[in-house]
Design a protein around this ligand. Structure first.
Ligand code: SF4
Length: 181
């Protein structure tokens, strides 16, 4: 499937924006790992797709280095307030569900790649990491942009996508890495 078709289909699926960038255009900033360690999201050490279980920043970067292209997917969804965490959580869930469906479709079409989602892996209702049990679906595990230390603001600018949409719209990003190096 060519890249133009890929972005066209992503928009048909319901994404607000879709763009393919070169992986070399993305900014990987190891310093961003400190935000995971501060654990404001509460998932540090509680989700196999998040630090420290997901691996070091260098190990995460090595995973993306196997690919040359990045399909950046964005939804922008209405909320009463971006400060309402219940609403933004629901919007993030919808974004990740749409991303998963579209990435499943790409894989069925033979596009081999790496999934990067918004927020911690949410494939299970509650991650098995919390009870110190093994990951239930290792082939479905997907880490977020933060775990990869990807600068989302810089990525949005590169892709010509909005990063801040005001108090009543919340943007989320996911990425599908693909293409030979
Ligand atoms: S697949 Fe389930 S157990 Fe594995 S990381 Fe994701 S949420 Fe956790």
């Amino acid at each position: 499937m060519n890249e133009e078709k890929m972005t066209e289909l992503a928009l048909e699926y319901g994404f607000s924006c879709a763009k393919v960038a070169a992986v070399s255009e993305l900014v990987f900033d190891p310093e961003l790992r400190v935000y995971c360690e501060e654990n404001t999201c509460g998932n540090y050490g509680r989700n196999y797709a998040c630090p420290p279980d997901c691996g070091s920043q260098a190990e995460m970067k090595a995973r993306t280095d196997k690919y040359s292209r990045a399909l950046v997917l964005q939804t922008v969804q209405p909320v009463e307030s971006v400060m309402d965490s219940a609403q933004t959580k629901t919007a993030r869930k919808a974004h990740n569900l749409l991303s998963r469906e579209f990435m499943d479709f790409l894989e069925k079409e033979g596009v081999v790649g790496l999934r990067v989602m918004a927020g911690p892996c949410s494939y299970c209702e509650q991650c098995a990491r919390i009870k110190d049990e093994p990951c239930r679906f290792p082939d479905k595990l997907a880490s977020c942009l933060s775990a990869y230390c990807i600068d989302a603001g810089a990525m949005a600018e590169t892709c010509g996508m909005p990063y801040w949409c005001g108090n009543e719209e919340v943007p989320f990003f996911s990425i599908y890495f693909f293409g030979e190096v």
